[in-house]
Design a protein around this ligand. Structure first.
Ligand code: SF4
Ligand code: SF4
Length: 379
């Protein structure tokens, strides 16, 4: 595959991204990371997601181009859904993201139900001057369980084919992972679940399997509070997983290993206490925009702040409003539902890198270890 990114463009984008990470240590006011729900539409019928029951198609292509043109400072863009690849204008959307912003990392998940289409989309995206592309194919169990959870016969086989096609693409700018989300529907024996999934994915290294925790996201997935996995079972699994990973050689770059290891160590604390382990950087480093272009702090907190259509599509303008400034302060103080989803937790870890490192290694101070009831409920 012929990379089209010029060395100068890649360097400029990399410099911007790492400058953003450095600035994040000082609580900047303009997020560099956008999670954007391009569409609710999706060919799956998942048990833990209600998007497909009343899907919103998402903004028009020209509006999405205006969104990116109005926010050129974005350096990390997560396109999500629904299934973004199932939009006919997917390539126009990623082209706008790459050409109108200084994005360094672009990532998106897919249910992988149209293997050839996903492969074509990734190949086309790699023709753009984008330094890093990460795609996660969602697989939540071995074939029978996965098909049941996704509400579609053959869903596992199609997702597996998608992952195999993506794994065969050779580009240093591209990484493909399998994403396994633990929820109340598959958490009976987490370690056995992982073994069963890997047994049906020959050739997939365990480190290509990334875990996630289902959260209650009323304004996003519109799911139910009891979809979240059992805390005790997950904590026990994560302790075992940490021991296992420590003793296994891994080919993942060190900085990614550090980020993931820190995320999961702090996830144990989150599960045990029900409170986010670090001051949240939502609205300082990251922001969430839904399919109707409404701005929220994150995927979990149902606190609408503005509609981009009313502010010239500018995140800077939306987040300069008094309510958005107050919400940023509330997030930092964890006066919010509290969560630990990778979309916001990774920027939070990167915004508090030294503190995250100490906390992951030594744990919370004794006076912080009592269970906490979140200060603000959902809604
Ligand atoms: S969880 Fe994802 S794959 Fe499943 S219906 Fe919702 S958007 Fe589609
Ligand atoms: S900790 Fe609060 S503000 Fe931060 S991502 Fe979670 S719910 Fe949103």
């Amino acid at each position: 595959m012929r990379p089209r990114t010029s060395a100068a463009s890649a360097t400029r984008r990399a410099f911007g991204f790492y400058a953003d990470l450095a600035a994040a240590q000082f609580r900047r006011r303009t997020p560099y990371k956008l999670t954007y729900i391009v569409t609710d539409e999706c060919s799956c019928r998942c048990a833990i997601c209600a998007l497909w029951k009343a899907p919103r198609p998402g903004a028009r292509t020209d509006e999405i181009e205006r969104l990116f043109a109005a926010n050129p400072e974005l350096s990390w863009i997560n396109l999500s859904g629904g299934d973004v690849v199932e939009r006919d204008d997917f390539l126009a959307i990623v082209t706008a993201a790459v050409s109108r912003t200084r994005v360094f990392v672009l990532d998106f998940p897919t249910a992988g139900q149209e293997p050839e289409r996903v492969e074509d989309a990734v190949r086309a995206t790699l023709e753009l001057p984008l330094p890093k592309l990460v795609v996660t194919v969602s697989i939540d169990g071995p074939p029978e369980l996965h098909d049941r959870l996704r509400g579609r016969a053959g869903a596992f086989d199609r997702a597996r084919e998608t992952f195999e096609r993506l794994s065969a693409l050779r580009s240093r700018r591209f990484q493909a992972y399998v994403g396994l989300t633990f929820s109340s529907r598959n958490d009976a024996r987490p370690a056995q679940l992982v073994d069963d999934v890997l047994a049906h994915l020959p050739g997939v290294a365990r480190e290509q399997l990334h875990f996630n925790l289902a959260h209650h996201a009323p304004h996003y997935y519109r799911n139910r509070p009891d979809d979240v996995p059992d805390r005790e079972r997950l904590v026990a699994f994560l302790h075992d997983e940490e021991r296992r990973r420590r003793t296994q050689p891994r080919s993942t770059p060190l900085r990614l290993r550090w980020l993931e290891a820190t995320y999961w160590k702090l996830a144990v604390e989150y599960l045990e206490r029900g409170r986010s382990p670090l001051p949240c950087s939502a609205l300082a480093s990251s922001v969430f925009v839904d399919a109707d272009l409404r701005v929220f702090p994150c995927a979990t907190w149902d606190r609408p702040l503005a509609n981009l259509r009313d502010v010239g599509y500018s995140l800077r303008a939306a987040l300069a409003r008094p309510d958005a400034i107050a919400a940023a302060e509330d997030a930092h103080a964890l006066r919010c539902p509290n969560c630990w989803t990778p979309c916001e937790a990774f920027p939070t870890i990167l915004s508090h890198a030294p503190r995250a490192l100490v906390r992951a290694r030594h744990g919370a101070a004794p006076n912080e270890l009592k269970p906490v009831v979140p200060d603000v409920p959902h809604g």
